[in-house]
Structures are given as C-alpha cells and as structure tokens.
Design a protein around this ligand. Structure first.
Ligand code: ADE
Length: 232
C-alpha cells in the first residue's frame, strides 16, 4: 500500500518513517509512505504557500494552485485532515487499509482553499473534537493506524485482539515477572489452559467496555458467550 502525505512540514515525518514498526514495514517494502512537500509546487519567487483569507479575518489559508499541482502527482482517495471532518475510527482505518493508494492532505493555518476540498477531496477527516496547529499529527496518526492493518506489518492475531476490532475494549496484559513486590499476575494466565484464558480475556474486555465505554455496546449484538459472561 502507498500512503502519500501532502505537507508544508516534511521534516515532521522523519522520525515517524524511520522508527519501530513503521520503519520496519517500509524497509520490508510492505508499505510506501511518500511525503510530498507542497512548497515544491509553489512556483513564485518566494514559494508562498499561504495567503490572507478573502473577506478578512485572522489566520492564513493554504493557496489552491500548489495543492492542485501536488495532487496531480498522486493517485487514490484524497483525505483532508480538518476538525470539520467525520471522526476517524478503527472502522474507517480498516476500510482505508483495503486501498492500494491513498493521499492525505495535512492542512495548516486556517485550512486549505475550499475549491480544493470541493473538487479533489473525497473525505474530510477529524481525529477528535479539539484543534491542533496543523494536520501533520492527524495525518501521521491515521497513517500509523492504517499501516499496521496492511497485511504483514504486524501479526494478524495482534490486531484481531485490538480494542475496537470486535467492538470491545482490550483486556489487560501482563508479562514477567509473575509477581512484583507482592503484585501478582492473575492465576488463569499462568495456567496454560487456553480456553480458560480466552474466556477470562473476553470477560475482562466486556467488563472494561461496560464500565468505561458503555456507548460502544449500544447497537452491538452480544454473542451467546458474551451474554453468559455478562450475566455472571
Ligand atoms: N487539524 C487541526 N485539528 C485537527 C483535528 N482535530 N483533526 C484533524 N485535523 C486537524
């Protein structure tokens, strides 16, 4: 899969591209992350990427011409990061991970000229009800979330147990030592009894979801086993 990110601040992505799981996925060519510097498509002497808003007001608006030109160099669905967009979630990430190529425009300042949105953007996406200084972090966040769903990037079992994959929050995790300063790992996890471990994990997931995010359970059908566990 190829993820293009159009940005005025390409340096922000250098750590993202070189570290950890994403770094390894790029090395193995499971994934391509193409950072496009919008400024390279500013053809005036000062390479001006933004300008004052028509109608007045605070802040600057990203000019249309460089964005239209930059978008000519990429393919696939175009996503624009903005607090006005639909809320990003795991379901959308799973959908986008099926695409061969996508492009994310990281907006900055007051945003981009609306003509670009109207004629080129397929989806406006927000990462939450708060305002950041720019779309670079949202673009990185979405790229990270989508990238780990690309086959081979992480083990399938890893994301199948994710929070939200089955509509529930994740269960608690423990590693060695089995006891630290009197704090013990739940006995069942040391038992080697796979069925009991699975049941314990599902029960913990259900408990957490019920206590912390009851909204996730609304409209979600419970399986027979889940109903039984909730009743216990
Ligand atoms: N740009 C600034 N704030 C944002 C947000 N919450 N989501 C997406 N893009 C943004």
């Amino acid at each position: 899969m190829k993820i293009n990110i159009l940005t005025l601040f390409p340096e922000m992505f250098s750590g993202f591209k070189s570290e950890s799981i994403i770094g390894k996925a790029l090395e193995k060519n499971l994934l391509e992350i193409n950072i496009v510097n919008i400024r390279e498509f500013c053809y005036d002497k000062h390479k001006q990427a933004d300008d004052m808003p028509f109608g007045g007001g605070a802040g600057m608006v990203m000019k249309p011409e460089p964005l239209f030109r930059a978008l000519e160099t990429v393919k696939g669905k175009v996503i624009y990061t903005t607090p006005q967009g639909v809320r990003f979630n795991q379901k959308l990430a799973i959908e986008l991970a099926q695409e061969e190529e996508i492009t994310i425009i990281a907006g900055h300042y007051e945003g981009i000229d609306e003509r670009v949105v109207e004629s080129k953007v397929d989806l406006e996406v927000s990462i939450g009800d708060f305002v950041l200084t720019g779309g670079e972090l949202p673009a990185m966040m979405m790229a990270d979330c989508i990238a780990r769903l690309v086959p081979g990037v992480i083990k399938k079992e890893s994301y199948e147990n994710d929070s939200f994959f089955n509509g529930l929050l994740d269960y608690p995790h423990y590693t060695r030592p089995a006891e630290y300063e009197g704090m013990k790992v739940p006995e069942v996890l040391l038992s080697g009894h796979h069925k009991n471990i699975e049941t314990w994990r599902l029960k913990e997931s259900l408990k957490r979801t019920y206590l912390r995010r009851r909204d996730l359970l609304v409209g979600r059908e419970l399986s027979k086993e889940e109903k039984k566990l909730l009743a216990e």
